[in-house]
Design a protein around this ligand. Structure first.
Ligand code: SF4
Length: 146
């Protein structure tokens, strides 16, 4: 999501104007009151350089959205995704959750392809894995956002 959601401006303390690079839409989000301190931590930038600028890892190593209460509609519908898979009519049919390799889809063909060609592929580096996933799905005719 780091390539999709970008911070355009900090409007006031911990309130941001953000934009979706794909659609050009803008939204206003605020850091949740109970996540102010967590938001200051920048460790996620090292762990997941491509993650959404509002994703953070809490003390239990759980990934959380620091603007959960004001998160954009796109996130409300699909939660944060690392990779979104669309069919040729641009219907969203699968996703990999942000900061994970966990894949969900209800499309049988896509699930089959994932299981045959992607699940368990021994690629350690996250960027290389994402690249492999994108190439594999694109080759099969799907559209990929990441
Ligand atoms: S739900 Fe995920 S993608 Fe959306 S703002 Fe929060 S961390 Fe970012």
């Amino acid at each position: 999501m780091g390539e999709i959601i970008e911070i355009h401006e900090e409007l006031e303390c911990r309130t941001f104007r953000i934009g979706f690079s794909v659609t050009g839409e803008e939204r206003i989000v605020s850091i949740d009151p109970d996540k102010q301190e967590l938001f200051c931590s920048q460790e996620i930038r090292t762990l997941r350089p491509m993650a959404c600028p509002f994703l953070r890892q809490d003390g239990n190593n759980k990934f959380v959205c620091s603007v959960h209460m004001s998160r954009p509609e796109l996130c409300r519908q699909y939660f944060c995704y690392r990779i979104l898979v669309l069919d040729t009519e641009k219907n969203r049919i699968g996703r990999v959750n942000d900061a994970s390799r966990y894949f969900t889809t209800s499309d049988e063909n896509l699930r089959r392809l994932w299981n045959q060609e992607i699940a368990g592929i021994p690629i350690q580096k996250e960027d290389d894995w994402e690249e492999y996933v994108e190439q594999t799905l694109t080759r099969a005719g799907y559209l990929v956002e990441r």
